[in-house]
Design a protein around this ligand. Structure first.
Ligand SMILES: [Zn+2]
Length: 75
């Protein structure tokens, strides 16, 4: 009886801790054109339509480290 309770509790803890916290490693999209200084949350953003290179997927931290700011088409 108590063993069942403990094992189900342990199971619940395992499930909870297994969920990754992804707040700090959000993926964003960037263009590597010479005048591109923005990052985008959406790959089909209007700000990426004029991109002359291919669109790269990087983590948010990487984009902001290089001085990129959020695209004006997004909020
Ligand atoms: Zn954008």
């Amino acid at each position: 009886m108590i063993n069942t309770l403990i094992s189900s509790l342990f199971f619940a803890i395992t499930i909870t801790t297994a969920v990754p916290i992804r707040s700090s490693d959000t993926d964003v999209y960037i263009c590597k054109g010479p005048r591109s200084k923005k990052y985008h949350h959406r790959k089909n953003c209007r700000g990426l339509k004029r991109c002359s290179t291919r669109i790269y997927k990087v983590c948010l931290k990487e984009a902001t480290n290089k001085g990129r700011t959020l695209c004006g088409w997004e909020d």
